[in-house]
Design a binder for this molecule. Structure first.
Ligand SMILES: NC(=O)c1ccc[n+]([C@@H]2O[C@H](COP(=O)([O-])OP(=O)(O)OC[C@H]3O[C@@H](n4cnc5c(N)ncnc54)[C@H](OP(=O)(O)O)[C@@H]3O)[C@@H](O)[C@H]2O)c1
Length: 283
């Protein structure tokens, strides 16, 4: 396929492009400087000229806390920007894959969220991403909405790198132990997305690594094999502008049936990532 990828300069975009190319796809990866999704005319011109078989929309406003103080910008990029892509895909009769988030859920239920569960985002970021989901579903019949969670990967600032940085500075490490979810490596998510698009079974999917943990346990696993201590703290003792769901594990049954394989356990993905980091210079 010829795949046009938005947000190609982002953490997921940079992992997705080589993964799709390895599967034999031609990827037109466009960073923000080459395609601003909030510019409808630019979206129309570039997608029309490129004539992709599929658009993967990985561009987003992702600053979860900052979104609380600049909601208009978050909605502009995640809501209106996504609607621009969906409208043009509809006009060109091309399918689209939209990457979304576990933050569309409120975290009040204590069992994994299925793709058809009621969305009730707690933050501006979550609300703006849900606005994007709705735009995709409003305009297109052939779409994937892929919700994922707690992303980290080789090409961006993320929790794993932050914990490693703090540990090198010998500063105390305090991490919340009452938010439950699943860390997901962009490398394994990219493989899931590549498998999913091959299925052409359109719809809403949950795609994360396997298993369940807390941010605290995640930090401990990152530092496994060292003698560096991690102190568990409660969310209420670490106030942040945006409220996070306290439980946001996603049920991946539909994905697993569709791609015909299990997902990678989060500990295994983390080990692979740490080995990769140890042997290569992150870009
Ligand atoms: N990171 C996570 O933990 C997480 C969890 C769940 C879901 N997701 C979703 O996964 C997707 C990928 O996230 P990520 O972690 O790769 O985020 P990221 O590293 O912030 O990448 C997003 C990219 O979108 C670009 N962008 C922002 N505004 C744009 C615009 N108007 N037009 C075009 N591009 C624009 C950003 O460019 P600038 O850097 O120049 O702003 C950035 O390169 C997003 O849809 C996100 O909502 C992420």
């Amino acid at each position: 396929m010829k795949i046009l990828l938005t947000g190609a300069g982002g953490m997921l975009g940079k992992a997705l492009a080589p993964c799709l190319e390895d599967r034999g796809h031609t990827v037109i990866g466009l960073p923000r400087e080459e395609l601003d999704v909030t510019n409808y005319q630019q979206v129309m011109d570039i997608l029309t000229a490129a004539g992709p078989d599929l658009v993967i929309h990985a561009a987003a406003y992702t600053r979860v806390d900052q979104a609380e103080s600049e909601p208009d910008l978050a909605y502009l990029i995640n809501g209106y920007g996504t609607e621009n892509i969906a409208l043009v895909c509809a006009k060109l009769d091309r399918p689209m894959l939209y990457v979304s988030t576990d933050y569309v859920f409120d975290g009040e239920q204590n069992r994994p969220y299925t793709p058809w569960e009621r969305c009730r985002p707690l933050s501006i970021y979550g609300k703006s991403k849900l606005a994007g989901e709705k735009a995709v579903q409003r305009h297109l019949k052939r779409f994937f909405v892929v919700r994922t969670s707690w992303l980290y990967g080789p090409h961006g600032r993320n929790f794993v790198n932050t914990i490693l940085d703090i540990s090198r500075q010998r500063k105390p490490i305090r991490v919340v132990s009452d938010q439950i979810g699943t860390p997901t490596c962009t490398l394994s998510l990219s493989e899931c997305i590549a498998d999913l698009i091959a299925s052409e079974r359109w719809g809403v999917y949950h795609a994360t690594d396997g298993g369940v943990t807390t941010w605290y346990e995640f930090a401990r696993e990152i530092l496994r094999g060292t003698n560096i201590e991690v102190e568990p703290i409660a969310t209420k003792d670490f106030p942040r502008p945006a409220t996070r769901p306290k439980y946001s594990v996603l049920d991946k049954t539909t994905l697993i049936h569709t791609i015909g394989r299990e997902v990678t356990p989060w500990e295994e993905s983390l080990r692979g990532y740490l080995e990769l980091m140890a042997t290569s210079q992150p870009v």
